[in-house]
Ligand binder design. Sequence first.
Ligand code: GLN
Length: 303
Amino acid sequence: MDIAAILKEIDAAMRLSPNRGRVADYIPELAAVDPGQFAMSIVLADGTQLSVGDAEVPFSIQSVSKVFALALALGRLGDRLWDRVGREPSGLAFNSILQLEHERGLPRNPFINAGAIVVTDAVLSTHAPREYLGELLRFIRTAAGDDDIHINQGVARSETETGNRNFALAHYMRAFGNLTNAPELTLGAYFHQCAVEMTCAQLARAGRFLMGVPDMPRLVSPERVRRINALMMTCGHYDGSGDFAYRVGLPGKSGVGGGILVIAPGRASIAVWSPGLNEQGNSKLGTEAVEMLARQTGWSVFG
Ligand code: GLN
């Protein structure tokens, strides 16, 4: 199979696409990103990496960071984490507060905002925010095999300034006893983790630990790799998770910066980036590109 040719074809198709979705505009740093950009990068099981498009341009990984934060938190707390956050798809927007009242402050899963805020809060029971962020960056850098990965402080500041919904979620969960730290402290760490910047090429490498291939960096146990992939499949695209599973058939986690990390277990770690979003806040062209890749390669967890 000629992956390089497939990638080229996808890049050409995406460059021509007239409808690129809408760039997130809740903070100026994201609103200013050129929607014309597109990148895709793939690391194969033998370690070969292939990239097309703007694969060396850093972007805000936003909610893709929830995967790394979860892996880190499970390593620190183990299955105790599940006392505070569920493992069911929410069927609602990433920042929805709706279910929290019915479900008494227990967020549905670690990949919606409420769940990710709890995951960060849980790690902060044993780490100061600065230590936690240092550890998270170390985890991501080790995963990517690249130290040139940083937090964009301007983005973190803007997230804080516009974070009313996240503050609402945090306060609401604290009212139910499911946030142990002050909302300002937990959200300070959460906003910084959202503000990690990576290139598409770096993100594809950082996903290698989820491929389930022995030669790749082993940051978590094989059982945990399978479980994180299961959560990415069922919850990684918010209320678009079912559609992503149907169209792509691979676990993926998106972010409002337009990045998606997709894993083809045993075969590849794939990162795609295009800043324009669809209705559910997932990269529009990114989704179309991985759908095309899955179709052309036949990669799917469903056989
Ligand atoms: N920083 C964003 C938020 O917390 C991340 C959401 C996302 O990427 N979907 O609202």
